[in-house]
Design a protein around this ligand. Sequence first.
Ligand code: HEM
Length: 367
Amino acid sequence: VAAVAGDGRHQPGIAERAPAHLIFTAYDLISTEPTAVRSALAALLRTWTSASAVLMRGEPTAGAERDTAGLGPAALTVTVGLGASALRRAGLDTRIPGPLADIPALPGDRIDAARGGGDLAVQVCAEDPMVAYSAARQLRRIAAAYVQPRWVQRGFQRTAAGAADPDATPRNLMGQVDGTDNPRPGTAQFDLAVWAADGPAWMRGGTYVVCRRIRMLLDSWDRLTEAAQSEVIGRRKSDGAPLSAPPADQGGGETTAPDFAARTADGRPAIAVNAHIRLAHPQFHGGVAMFRRGYSYDDGLDATGEPDAGLFFQAYQADPRTAFVPVQRALAASDALSTFIRHTSNALFAIPPAPPPGGFLAQQLLD
Ligand code: HEM
């Protein structure tokens, strides 16, 4: 699989189609004194910027030549983010952009602090698990003088090779077609929803990613009938069509727009009042959208033998205060899906734009 070039304006790993493997590592800075933190941040971001370019070309960083012999670029992308805590520790509190304000505690949260937060984040995505692992490890090794890992989340998607139709919307671990009503990269809606157009210069053309490890209670979910599972989302499990759409043989399908006013023959809302897509739809949130690019995760079994698996939810947006936060508040209050999921982690990172030629990520913040 070919190398990803990036567009020179935005960091890679956001608008590109998500490859099969994810390794997301959050780090904490080792230094404590603000001046030392600032110089550690500059040195680290300079190092990660140049190493990312090398790795994405399919080349090894110094000392890793043998580890990566025989591996290609495999569509590797490296995406680097900063948490508000990094700016606080660097004495840059007054320069924390508004959209990087901490996500408030939300109803229903069962957050494990050790699995969330972090001063810095490195997202590695690739079509090949060895390429992803090797890149994540090299980026960790060259950062060891400045940061220590705080948490790691691995995730997966179906592979392009395994998909009957690689362009079809993928399914999540609940079996739902997931990603239908996402802003499409390259459209004005996507640009508006995702890229920061104003705010501090070092973030213009960047974005903010909310990460939530959302466990799925798969054994309970499996006990629902397919019709009941479709009601929970508001879309047919079979083909992802909204429940307001005509049957498939009359032209209704995944791309049919949902009609939230539609009623069934017996007078009930075709898309239930507590259906996930009704509560999350931009129509009920002042038109505000976010770009969901999450990965499935499988961390084995818990102590009781139930699967510890679900969705590592990642949503990219220009401002979580007007996107993720109000949408999640609405979902937490009434979403039918809430019975079958648990939010177990929370993190928010600023993803600066692509570095200027010859420069490094977030350079304008640290100059
Ligand atoms: C839509 C699943 C969590 C926001 C959907 C759809 C599915 C789905 C199947 C319909 C297809 C699509 O348009 O992509 C899930 C699952 C979740 C989850 C399984 C948890 C494990 C969340 C969270 C948020 C969210 C935490 C944000 C706070 C949305 C939005 C849509 C959506 C904005 C599109 C609504 C529309 O425009 O019709 N989700 N979701 N979801 N979800 Fe989720």
